[in-house]
Ligand binder design. Sequence first.
Ligand SMILES: [Zn+2]
Length: 469
Amino acid sequence: MPVNPTRPTPPRRAAPVEPEAVYWAEHAWVGGTVEPGTVIETAGGRITAVRTGAPTPPDGAEPLRGLTLPGLANAHSHAFHRALRGTAQIGSGTFWTWRRVMYSVADRLTPESYSALARAVYAEMALAGITCVGEFHYLHHAPGGTPYDDPNAMGHALIAAAADAGIRITLLDTCYLASGLLDERRGKALDRHQLRFGDGTAAAWAERIDALAPAGDHARVGAAIHSVRAVPAAELGTVAEWARGRGAPLHVHLSEQPAENDACLAVHGRTPTRLLADHGVLGPDTTAVHATHLTDADTALLGGTRTRVCVCPTTERDLADGIGPAVDLMHAGSPLCLGSDSHAVIDLFEEARALELNERLRSRTRGHWTAAQLLRFAGESGHAALGWPEAGRLEAGWLADFTTIALDTVRTAGPPPRLAAQTAVFAATGADVRHTVVGGRHVVRDGVHRSVPDVPAALADAIQQGVSR
Ligand SMILES: [Zn+2]
């Protein structure tokens, strides 16, 4: 069974075709400008025509009041971390104390309870304008590490949850073999919490993931290396080769913490970035997540190989990780994208805003990225990192995935519509999203999720019943 039955195809100009659904955007983000009165025709899940200069909705068109943007891509998610919201913010501590709390949640999840939790989390994402999620998935096996009857039961539960919530998913099935670095070839044994994550060897990981067949055209499969802490150097090449051989995206947590750098230098005599480069992991189909604590040589290596970088500002600030060199990475050649990671909040507008504002605090200068660039990081660039190169623009031939933010809320009212992109990035929140359309179909209409009508209740039930007991 092929892993990606629908291989990514580049955007194509659609042949003239009878539209199945027609939308009229009061304002739309087209080609980097705000266009008033834009008709978007869709068929077969794609945009078939975009016409600007339509002051009123044509007959039969569904009006979208506000600013319609290409759908947002959340390029880095661990769905179960949503159960930690609030509880993880108690008291002091570091990334490492937070991780102990996170493991206690992971210990309790089953395919059934994880499916319910992820469905609610992905519905929350749809309400925030997210049309595609990259799920960095390592909770593979039953407690103790015993495989389920279907060894991909957890992965299939996540793919089904995304379908229920109406969004696309790239399941980044994650290789996680060790609890830390032991010597140049071997890692330390997994601790009792981590046994659920492990497949033993990268070859066994590859065998399991080869049997993972996504049901539905909303899902694709990619690979992930949890980190250089969790995958011994001798196993890195196997994961990279698996991804390259299938044209699948490959993601990796990189240098989120100085302790990871110190351990890697002590054992391998080189930085995590250099180690990944030496084992063929870096390149334009690879996304390094965080990339917070880098040397100048690391930055040059990532940029020079066109490796993508996913920044997760709300998580990085929540966990006191630090601020990475995103400006330097971009100038070195790394395309940037954004993720909500631990889901302290799920709001890509806030992630985009935080990227720029963090840099302002550090540099005490303003204007590192334009609103147009930040919107691209939150949309088109994230989709490309997740293996959906045909999503992220309001253009004929691209996937009919878009979201509309209201321009008449307490946060967004006032500025002229021509500045709506700036309003979106610097003032809007996910709560201003009114509509989300995926594959030409409304998933969120007038702020209400159509298949999960009470998302707060679904979240509360899933967290309280499935996880907290
Ligand atoms: Zn992560």
